[in-house]
Design a protein around this ligand. Sequence first.
Ligand code: PRX
Length: 649
Amino acid sequence: MSDSHVYPVMPSIAQKAHADEAKYQALYQQSITDPEGFWREQGQIIDWIKPYSNVKHTSFDTGHVDIRWFEDGTLNVAANCIDRHLKDKGDQIALIWEGDDPNDDATLTYQALYEHVGRFANALKAQGVKKGDVVCLYMPMVMEAAIAMLACARIGAVHTVVFGGFSPEALAGRIIDSNAKVVVTADEGVRGGRAVPLKQNVDEALTHPNVKSIEKVVVYQRTGGDIDWHNHRDVWWHEVTENASVDCPAEEMQAEDPLFILYTSGSTGTPKGVLHTTGGYLVYAAMTFKYVFDYQDGEVFWCTADVGWITGHSYLVYGPLANGAKTLLFEGVPTYPTTARMSEVVDKHQVNILYTAPTAIRALMAKGNEAVAGTQRNSLRIMGSVGEPINPEAWEWYHSTIGNQACPIVDTWWQTETGGILITPLPGATPLKPGSATRPFFGVQPALVDNMGNLLDGATEGNLVMLDSWPGQMRTVFGDHDRFEQTYFSTFKGMYFTGDGARRDQDGYYWITGRVDDVLNISGHRMGTAEVESALVAFNKIAEAAIVGVPHDIKGQAIYAYITLNAGEVPSAELHKEVKEWVRKEIGPIATPDFIHWTDALPKTRSGKIMRRILRKIATGETGSLGDTSTLADPSVVDKLIAEKESVV
Ligand code: PRX
């Protein structure tokens, strides 16, 4: 990469940054050579009830994977995010809410947030929720989503947030796996001018024969739309909080007590319940927030992610609030009602730090200057990107058009499993290269290995692994520690395997190339091919299905589905529609196939294994490089598939 593509650190940013290059180097060195000492000190970024003496107790050894941080310390996450700021910042803004409708907005000070959280925490208790119980949050982007998360943390309940775009079926699966006792939802959500029937979806999910754990449904009234009501089970948020006391003591939690479960897709099986615990997670979320976004007191931080994803957990709620920041929660979509909505929100709330996803950036870039029409965006100081590789064109556009060429861009690489950002520039320290997530955060030891697990040196490309633990790392797959070990620690012994591939350049910068397993990334949302396939074969007219990802200009990847119908069924436009509808119903709109390729033969080995490599090449039109097809049971299916592709829509 030539120097013309390097953006040097801006002196104006470096001057007052939490870390300049010298500090990054010094702290990084210390974090690797003396992790115990480093984290012993950094753990003080949050308040502890009982101080920890043990800092790090971690093993990546297959069969004995065990991850514990600050083990003997105790704390409460909500107290760290709210109570400890009351003295100095009680009357300062904690949450800014911007509604889907540009005329709707609201704010909460830290004092008001304290009161709302206290009331709802007491209301949850009154509904029978106790320390250790799981509460499922299926919420729109309203302040009550954050309030509910914090209320759970306050009383030691474990939240599991389910993205409001998931279907009743997907919601039911998560409720069953997590054994949740209560669901918190809203009558309807509002996005892009349309109502989302959240309560109706909950009602439907709860009719699933295996959902047996739910005792209560708390309903926040967002729109006042018509909903069904079940007296024995449903209660209104406003009614249960009306007379609840604001005073709710924060439960003293062990550092390794669970804080939340968040389901995410993998290459096999049903979504995994990623379990994060209390102390290490909060230390890591707080510290990455402070350094990666170089948060300065009083600034407005806007992360556009939904609370249903890990980004919403760590950088909409916990990281910012642990730092006493002002965090903006946006109900709508970046292009409604105008193409310039995102920029308008930046101006309206004088946003200083903007954190969004490449898919949103590309969608805006496609509209050119319309995306910034009538706006200045002069308040912006730092901008971030997350969720998928950002192509250099989108990076440059984000930098020049949204950021007026005045803001460093932090391209942050991380995962649901990692709890917080692992590879990223620091605004005051790292020269930027568009498209590169650059260097590891403190305490993070990335490495590249070949398919045999051999460590690769220097400028090279390989599978991205982590050699040692960091405090924000997931602790287990909820209810299935074997699966945790199998998924992340068995491919390469003694290392955490990310599932991503990456290149490292001569400056030691990392360039993430994307997943190397059967996980797709659609608009920055993770989707397992196996998950979509099992939804498809559950359809009564489908015999077999195989999913591959194909490049897409805006979404990053699109879903290409090979489908074999049952005998007697014939492909038709009607069936095409039905299949798409089915997947939306089974999983949610994000899993809808973009292309359907009807076929009566998939390429299989003699042992019956589908050769996805070939399906990927055919879907992307790379038929000149199909590789060895001689192991196929019937090599003629390849020509047939290539011919059929002509009519795929
Ligand atoms: O493939 C990587 C991609 O998103 C995956 C993690 O997805 P999820 O758990 O849903 O978390 C997304 C938000 C943290 C990774 O395995 N990914 C995430 N950030 C980046 C990225 N790929 C390239 N560059 C990034 N900055």
